[in-house]
Design a protein around this ligand. Structure first.
Ligand SMILES: O=C(O)CCC(=O)C(=O)O
Ligand SMILES: [Fe+2]
Length: 205
């Protein structure tokens, strides 16, 4: 079932996505486009980007998508069987973190950055429910660059909710969304500009 569900919540222009078993708030334009371009290029230059390794059908495969894991000292993170140690925060990332903490009223101590060069790169169905994440915390996701379709799928009734993540937008996924829903960044044949996504997370230390 394909649905598109939006409901305006408050004066912040947030749209609420998902009608049960969690909640996600979409903020269309947290950073304006000139600022997004500046941030995109500063983050490309200042971080150490690596290809990712994930298990797919029991095989370790290397992605074309690049990732960077950033966080406070001690915020190591294990997913798809691979443990990552964090890079230190940069001034731009601390600035973004600060903005997202105001919006979400939560403190984050780590950030996963993904770089999708074109529409051939995406991210398959998963939940961000690793044991080291604070299960009560939201995940705040900032998008920079080309617009891409993002979908949620309910784990039991398979309801599908999709939205377009625009340049400079923030998607705030509140607990217990990860427990009940999977999400994916959908690949596309359309030509799309490179896109960077930053997910700010709270790791329990
Ligand atoms: O690129 C996106 O919007 C999603 C990224 C994501 O789901 C993740 O990093 O866990
Ligand atoms: Fe995710």
């Amino acid at each position: 079932m394909q649905t598109q569900l939006f409901e305006t919540t408050d004066s912040s222009n947030a749209l609420t996505v998902l009608s049960k078993d969690g909640r996600a708030d979409y903020f269309p334009s947290i950073f304006e486009s000139d600022r997004c371009a500046e941030l995109f290029s500063a983050l490309i230059d200042s971080l150490d980007w690596r290809v990712d390794q994930i298990y797919m059908f029991g095989k370790l495969v290397t992605t074309k998508r690049k990732v960077a894991w950033v966080g406070d000292a001690g915020c190591s993170y294990k997913y798809s069987g691979v443990k990552k140690e964090p890079q230190p925060w940069t001034p731009e990332l601390l600035h973004i973190k600060n903005q997202l903490e105001k919006i979400s009223q939560w403190k984050f101590n780590s950030c996963l950055l993904n770089l999708y060069h074109d529409g051939d790169e995406g991210m398959g169905w998963h939940s961000d429910d690793e044991p080291e994440l604070d299960q009560s915390a939201p995940i705040a996701s900032l998008s920079l660059g080309g617009e891409r379709k993002f979908s949620f799928k309910h784990k039991t009734d398979k309801t599908n909710v999709s939205l377009i993540l625009e340049n400079g937008s923030v998607l705030l996924m509140h607990a217990p969304t990860q427990q009940f829903w999977q999400h994916s960044l959908v690949k596309t044949k359309r030509p799309v500009a490179p896109r960077m996504n930053l997910t700010f997370r709270a790791i329990s230390l």
